[in-house]
Design a protein around this ligand. Structure first.
Ligand code: ADP
Ligand code: ZN
Ligand code: ZN
Length: 753
């Protein structure tokens, strides 16, 4: 193993080394490869290029000796010298690729992202590859093709005696060639053997055929608002510009994307469309394939490894000009990128919450900037960051204020739970509305963002509440499984018969979707119901089946968690009931109220998308809460103005920039010792130094048996924060920490509690 310190840190030393050795090294060829591996190490390793061929370029994979084994590495740069003497460098064993696996722009984006998020480059690069590429499979797919050789052509023209089968194959192959697959499908394999043996057919390989094209069916005539949005994106003439497409649910945003993508394809370029994980349903992909004539590939987490590699190859070779994918698809190579779309740009699933903690949304904009093409961020409930970017003129704002259907905006009513107490989560006005809508043959959607039967198990004698043994959290009652489960660490235990402390009777307190389902079934026995949450929807097919029952009208009541709020269309839903709108109003996190408002607006937007007008009921015990009032009286935009004022006053993003150093360990003292040492190691730096707050315990101070705490770093200047973090990360990595302690740095964290 030939270790050299991480490039950023060793520049000084390497420079000195060069200066000492002088001309000898400077005149050396740049045949030293700097290689990174599929590990979270913050360093690269030096190898000599394999002999007898041009050295593998940055972005190409090599197989190299690593310790006592061999490993697949990725070349990130060439160098003329190493911190190690040349004689001690080992040559790479094999070059795997003949061209870089990413186009220049995407490779550049990955480097930039590793720097920006201060994450090890090897982990970033290998994490962005399909698994089969990490294992060394070919990055370009070629198929074997047979075509006429000179002898074969002469034989055909010269009237040689050729049997009808062989003649048919020679004609099929022709000068263009026929793929081995096509030849075998036509039953010509025996003839192929004979003709290849005679030398009348010769083989070569060519890039595999593109995935099947879409149907290219005409879409609806755009409305005036849609035309305006399409026109403004078109007016950027393929140059970089960022657009925020704020359109209420059902206003035709997807139709706008499709129209813009059509133009991009006509111009010979490609489009990358990012969607939230749960919104990437076969229906959405089918809609793209129906409307677009070009091949469309989908990239998401439940693809089989082979299919994922195929989709990647099709994108990388531009055989598929349209890629729809979740967060990580932002790293798909697309050499002729002409548009980036981020649908539901506010969605929390764009932020990766472990390992390389990047924002797919933010990187999408960075990618468009590097590729020199427009980025369109769409949402019915844009993030406050994006609204602030639009207000500052960094994003051009496009609006679709009207729904395309006839229904118009739903009527929103607040139910004050203090005046109308709920039983099992449902207030009398909500029950009356459900009965009325079911009677009118409408569909009803009930939203409660809490799964299980009840969030707590409570002792009626002594007040004991069932706790998780490994977390600072309460156990959730799951009655149907007769268990108590922790939603934070996954621990489950059998339901106790009596209080372990005093032997008295236990009672579930509060409600989750399972309990509300029981209640609704009792009250409306004639209305078939579908429940959608993570306890009942475990596989992709489950969601499809549930949505199908809603779509064809079999289900009359639709009950679920936030799984319901993402992208699905329920045209016959006429009533939406939000059961506990308070969750989030008093959340510890500065984004809690934003998330709550987005959830309420998104779920309300499911109502009345068809011809019938919708009605929305919001149950709350805090109807006077200023943010909730603003949301209900003035809608999301009014809410956003107030919420942004609060952010500004409190100095939260987007009016400041944050990073979070998190640490966890089985020992509380270890966590705090480490964080204090990390704080002490913070560079003084020039310029305004960011503020470091903490160490403080996380909102859930213990999870899965590990104590958790953090330092929050805050600065008004993104540049100052970045400069600080660059130095600090190296210092943190040098802090002595026990093996059981884990730490991570989260730049632009989605949550800070
Ligand atoms: P969003 O993405 O904003 O939720 P969609 O693009 O899915 O909206 O449009 C909602 C519905 O309206 C879809 O059924 C779509 O086919 C239809 N639609 C969109 N644009 C038009 C239009 N210009 N004329 C008629 N129907 C439209
Ligand atoms: Zn008790
Ligand atoms: Zn737990």
């Amino acid at each position: 193993m030939y270790k050299v310190a991480h490039r950023r840190r060793c520049t000084g030393r390497a420079y000195l080394f060069n200066a000492l050795i002088g001309k000898v090294f400077l005149s050396n060829p740049a045949d030293i490869l700097q290689v990174v591996f599929d590990t979270p190490l913050r360093q690269s390793f030096d190898y000599l290029a394999p002999a007898g061929r041009p050295p593998p370029r940055p972005g190409e994979r090599v197989r190299v000796p690593f310790g006592r084994q061999t490993a697949i590495g990725l070349v990130i740069a060439h160098a003329t010298s190493s911190a190690l003497p040349r004689a001690r460098l080992k040559p790479a064993l094999e070059a795997i690729d003949t061209t870089p696996i990413w186009d220049k722009t995407t490779f550049g984006l990955l480097h930039w992202a590793a720097d920006y998020y201060h994450h090890p480059l090897g982990d970033v690069l290998f994490g962005a590859m399909p698994k089969l590429l990490r294992q060394g499979k070919a990055a370009v797919s070629e198929e074997a093709v047979w075509r006429l050789s000179q002898a074969g052509r002469a034989a055909l023209a010269g009237g040689a005696r050729i049997g009808p089968r062989q003649r048919a194959l020679l004609e099929l192959a022709g000068d263009e060639g026929a793929s081995a697959a096509a030849i075998s499908a036509a039953g010509h394999t025996p003839a192929l053997r004979a003709l290849a043996a005679r030398g009348w057919l010769e083989s070569f390989s060519r890039p595999e055929a593109p995935p099947p094209a879409g149907e290219g069916r005409a879409g609806p005539v755009p409305t005036a608002d849609q035309s305006a949005a399409i026109g403004r994106v078109g007016a950027s003439h393929g140059e970089f510009a960022a657009f925020l497409l704020h359109g209420v649910t059902g206003s035709g945003k997807t139709e706008v994307y499709l129209r813009i993508i059509e133009r991009v394809i006509e111009a010979g370029r490609g489009a990358l469309v990012l969607v939230p994980e749960i919104a990437l349903t076969p229906q959405l992909v089918a809609r793209f394939r129906t409307r677009l004539a070009a091949p469309v590939v989908a990239l998401h987490s439940s693809l089989a490894d082979g299919a994922r590699l195929e989709a990647w190859r099709a994108a990388a070779s531009a055989r598929a000009p349209v890629v729809i994918g979740t967060r990580s698809a932002v790293f798909t190579p697309m050499p002729a990128l002409g548009l980036v779309v981020v649908d539901e740009e506010h969605d929390a699933s764009y932020k990766q919450q472990e390992g390389f903690r990047y924002s797919g949304r933010d990187l999408a904009v960075a990618r468009a900037q590097r590729a020199g093409c427009p980025a369109v961020l769409g949402s019915a409930t844009p993030s406050l960051e994006s609204l602030a970017n639009a207000a500052a003129g960094r994003y051009a704002k496009l609006s679709l204020p009207e729904r395309t259907g006839r229904a118009g905006k739903p009527r929103v009513t607040v139910v004050d739970l203090r005046v109308n107490p709920a039983r099992d989560g449902l207030s009398p006005p909500a029950l009356a509305a459900i009965e009325r809508h079911l009677g009118d043959r409408g569909q009803v959607l009930v939203f409660l963002n809490r799964r299980g039967y009840a969030p707590t198990m409570f002792c009626t004698g002594c007040g004991w509440i069932a706790p998780c043994k490994s977390c600072d959290a309460r156990l959730t009652v799951h009655l149907s499984r007769a268990t108590l489960a922790c939603h934070h660490c996954g621990a489950e235990e059998r339901m106790p018969f009596a209080c372990p402390q005093c032997g008295n009777e236990l009672a579930p307190v509060g409600e989750g979707t399972e309990r509300v389902e029981t209640t609704l079934t009792q009250l409306f026995p004639a209305a078939p119901m579908v429940r959608i949450d993570r306890d009942v929807i475990r596989r992709r097919g489950d969601l499809e089946a549930a949505l199908a029952a809603v779509g064809d009208g079999r289900a009359r009541i639709l009950l679920g968690t936030q799984m319901l709020t993402k992208g699905h269309d329920f045209p016959d839903v006429t009533l939406v009931v939000v059961l506990a709108a308070d969750q989030g109003l008093f959340g510890a996190d500065f984004r809690a109220s934003e998330r709550l408002a987005q959830q309420i607006v998104q779920v309300a937007g499911r109502a009345g998308r068809g011809a019938r007008a919708g009605e929305v009921l919001i149950q709350t015990a805090y109807p006077e809460h200023p943010l909730l009032r603003r949301l209900i009286t003035e809608g999301y935009e009014g809410f956003a103005v107030l919420a942004l004022e609060e952010r500004r006053a409190a100095g939260w993003p987007p009016y400041s920039h944050l990073a979070l150093l998190r640490a966890d360990s089985p020992s509380r003292a270890q966590v705090f010792d480490f964080l204090r040492a990390a704080e002490a190691a913070a560079p003084a730096g020039g310029g305004p130094r960011p503020r470091i707050l903490g160490p403080a315990a996380a909102a859930m101070a213990r999870r899965a048996g590990r104590h958790r705490a953090q330092l929050l770093v805050e600065s008004r200047s993104r540049g100052a924060l970045q400069a600080f973090l660059g130095e600090w990360v190296a210092a943190i990595a040098a802090v002595r920490a026990p093996r059981s302690l884990r730490w991570s740095l989260d730049v632009d964290p989605a949550e800070v509690d």
